[in-house]
Design a protein around this ligand. Sequence first.
Ligand code: N01
Length: 550
Amino acid sequence: MDQNQRQELDRETDFDVIIVGAGFAGLYMLHRLRGLGLNARVYEAGENVGGTWYWNRYPGARCDAESLAYSFSFSPELEQEWEWSERYATQPEILRYAEHVADRFDLRRDIRFERTVTAARFDEATRLWTVETEQGDRARARICIMATGCLSVPQRPDIPGLDDFQGNLYQASLWPHEGVDFTGQRVGVIGTGSSAIQAIPVIAVQAGQLTVFQRTPNFSVPAVNSKLDPEWVAQFKAHYREHRDNHRHGLGQGFGDLEIEPHPPAPAAETGAELTDAELEQALEEYWAKGGARFMGAVTDSLSNEETNRLFADFVRKKIRATVKDPEVAEALCPSDHPIGTKRICVDTGYYETYNRDNVSLVNLRKTPIERVTANGIQTSDAHYELDTLVLATGFDAMTGALLRMDIRGVGGMALAEKWAAGPRSYLGIGIAGFPNLFTITGPGSPSVLSNMLVSIEQHVDWMIDCIRYMEDEGLALVEPEPDAEDAWVDHVNEVANGTLFPKGGSWYLGANVAGKPRVFMPYAAGVGAYREVCDRVAENGYEGFRFSA
Ligand code: N01
């Protein structure tokens, strides 16, 4: 009998708090709620903890934030005892870490696995949330916390004939747990975002023939991944508290740097506009050699000044052309439709080099679009590609997808889907007017997907715990944002985004990858340090912008 067969359904059960999701956000929230002495239940759709790292098991999956920064800081013992093996941890290693956290803090006993939450409704008479799962649980709680992740609803492309395919069909974000052996196979990959860019070099080594179907090329920078030297790790860990402080309060998005000796967070010295072209080129070479997404931080205005951004993009295009031997393939791989960094920059290991392999070919769907998937391959406007296996790496309904596929209803039965029909509206990305005692960890309107998610998760959970403690101490039953505060915050989030090049990106940050989704830049782009200051000030001022009832 497995863990879930042993778990009985919750029927009309009452908790202080219900948490939806047992990824890093749900795990840490559960741990902190226990510290407050509250009784919490977590519902998790997967069979295990880990969230995004539970589902995304495609070959080559690894984090694009460095291991020593992409990890919990709340327990000095945990951070000292856990040993990361690589600069960028692989998916299996991060999943092991999530499992370790769950076991070390004895979290599993309050988690119900294989429970997909379908509804969360607030009842004004009882002032309780009722949460229902597809499997038949029905439980109530005073507080409901959405820890549902930002990239947890896979997008299946609407390509004619997809269901007719008779070969093996896989989606990167729903990868089989037993893995896939591509040996000798003719494999097709649709998509060239972060997932595909990590998977393609690994699949290419195994497959007989790999054909990549690319609609839009993305910018990718080398990870420069490596095994971690235990001596270096020990020295870094000796300064862990200062590093963590820098992640939390720095000007960027909480990724920190690789210097062993921490130094106060400082901006890169210059804007691109202040440098000569030769100086900028040199700075870019240095950041390219260091590796990773911090490449965009080589100067301060890479995402706000069009000319600086163009020089960054030219630099990467030059690298692509220098790497890919076939000039036509190189041109097809050079992005030109968006400012660099306005779509999430990809971080790769040998991506562009993979196109120099004899068994790899690129189909440029801009020139020859897919007409349909057939029983044994893909028909484009000029050729039929026979495939044994097709991999979809076609992205997610990001940030709002997981929330909106549940029937979430607030005061007066108002549906969240109705309230967010023109795009998400939230105060600080934490709470939603008209939805009392509902919290969203890393919700739209917070730094969220732009940031180091572990830094943002801990910040949100700590803030919410302080707010809940305040309510307990003051005998307050309900909290929700004032509509005016929410409106002002939404305006501010838009204003900050409009001061950057992000809105020009046509990215999933804007909902542009989902047909019919309102185009609203969803995350808050001012940086984790600035955002934390706002949240702290709100709390210090008696939770300014929130209203409570006794
Ligand atoms: O998804 P994406 P992803 N026909 O949306 C293509 C995080 N992440 O899963 O741009 C043909 O970026 C689509 O083409 P186009 C990270 O934040 C992190 O790769 O719509 N192609 C695009 O190329 C990342 O940004 C890590 O023209 C179709 C691709 O599919 C986010 O997740 C690793 C198509 C989707 O790219 C999402 O990345 C992986 C169609 N009908 C993911 N529909 C790390 O930590 C879609 N596409 C490293």
